[in-house]
Design a protein around this ligand. Sequence first.
Ligand SMILES: [Zn+2]
Length: 454
Amino acid sequence: MTTAAIYVRISSDATGEGLGVARQEADCRALADRLGWTVTEVYRDNDISAYSGKVRPDYERLLSNVEAGTVRGLIAWHPDRLHRSPKELERFIDLAERTGLQVQTCQSGAVDLTTPSGRMVARMLGATARYESEHKAARIRRKLAENAAAGKPHGGHRPYGWEPDRLTIRESEAAVIREAASRVLAGEPLRSIFRDLNARGLHNASGKPWTHPTFRNVLLHARHAGLREHNGQEMGVAAWPAIIPPETWRAVRRVLNNPDRVTTPGRAGRLHLLSGIAVCGVCGSPLRVGHSKSTEAYRCMASACVSRRRDRLEEYVEAVVIARLSRPDAAALLAPDDDGGERERAAQAAERVRQRLDDAAASFAAGVITARQLATITGQLRPELAALEAAAAPPPDRASVLGDLLSSDDVTGAWERLSPDARRTVVRLLMEIKVSRGRRGPGFSTDGIEISWR
Ligand SMILES: [Zn+2]
């Protein structure tokens, strides 16, 4: 357990809004909890007064305690709370390097001063902090002016899942977010989930029923994963706790942003059991239902490679699902072989790629690399990151999807009571279905239908 000090400073060049020392301290303490650090002392300086630019008594005391080895970890709200000038920063870097001091900030994450790139980032942050702060202040003022003109109250809405302080989890709503995340990962469509919530009287932060866009936006919110985000880019660990683990949230985001996801019902006003789930065995494209003469058929939409009667193919797949779920060892479906090691390694690799992206952005900001070089680096790393995040995604919570089916003595009856969306979710969870060309001739044949268990 690392013992840590918190440093807070009130100043007239405050980064961000409402940055009293109490708020800084609260954020820093939350971060210490997340890191598992024990806070031994809080150092406070008031830099607004006539002393501005002069000696900061608590800062000096802090540095001498670092020197003496009684402070091993240091938390500040933002690096600009610690250093007011490049000269102060260089002195601090020198000390941190000699003593191995670990520095964490609420706004910029870990500041590793033991490596050249870490020092470069620290110097860059110092140089841009003032610019950002001025820029942000101007933006906030403009927004407030707009809101005032439009008659809107200041401060915005309370985010769903959170108390009005935006730091404390509202447990009743957090439970809904967790449930929704695991249902999304199990493949259930959003509209099926939020209609169910509406039916249970679980409404949005304004007390109104969920709609597709409001519900989707809530699930895409990085704050639930304890992450800060700006313009769709992750900006590091936040001062508030997480409702769902970051890997889970990223997996949800990937599902919701996947353009291949089928979310709209077909012509008949409903989604067919296997649309977008079964794939063409020839070219790999998803199958959809099309009409020819009087019959409906699943067809390869890309190249018309294959076609199977809709009713027969669905009956066959349903029979296979029910047979599998009726077997004495059906409960084993709840725990597929997975030690999690592979996912853990992918999660760690993803974190390293994110770090490299951050480093590249910092190098660009510091003028070390050009915009073209930055574009080349991010162009290579983004697909790599997407693949690693996919590999790090947690498996869906099978129990929540299969529960009723597995606990029932009458699997067929339980299956028939499921909604169409729930049936699709079960099929998607359990199996991959490939349909290749079958034998020619009349009637339905299971030739060329390949079902593999996930
Ligand atoms: Zn095809």
